[in-house]
Design a protein around this ligand. Structure first.
Ligand code: 5GP
Ligand code: ZN
Length: 114
């Protein structure tokens, strides 16, 4: 989708520190990390918000989680713990309108979130 930052990262036209790429998803380091590990996992397909998901997206949504799980394990955070979260629209603080799973680890994460 023209002008979308994360579509640009997915197709390689915008630089990012990519740590995983496959047919469905791309994972890269967040430019403004809020935890020692802060990775974003995105679908290659442009999907603006969770509200735009349809049953056809089941496979790609599953892949987002499996890739987050793998990165957390590879970085040694699987036993200690980590958080995966996806924000939707204004009240949740979504700022980039191409869905992305945040993978956060490496410090205690409070609950409930602010
Ligand atoms: P949201 O607020 O939409 O849930 O999360 C958007 C995330 O994208 C933020 O954590 C922000 O730091 C990250 N971000 C915004 N612009 C860029 C960028 O150009 N490159 C990378 N790697 N991350 C970005
Ligand atoms: Zn996009």
């Amino acid at each position: 989708m023209g002008g979308c930052l994360f579509c640009g990262i997915a197709d390689g036209s915008i630089p990012a520190r990519v740590i995983h790429a496959d047919d469905l998803v791309v994972a890269f380091e967040d430019i403004n990390p809020v935890a020692p590990l802060h990775v974003l996992v995105i679908p290659r397909e442009h999907i603006a918000t969770i509200n735009d998901l349809t049953p056809e997206h089941e496979a790609v949504v599953g892949r987002l989680y499996l890739v987050a799980q793998r990165i957390a394990r590879e970085r040694g955070y699987d036993e200690r713990g980590y958080r995966v979260v996806m924000n939707c629209n204004a009240d949740a603080g979504q700022s980039v309108y191409h869905i992305h799973l945040h993978l956060l680890a490496g410090r205690h994460l409070s609950w409930p979130p602010g």
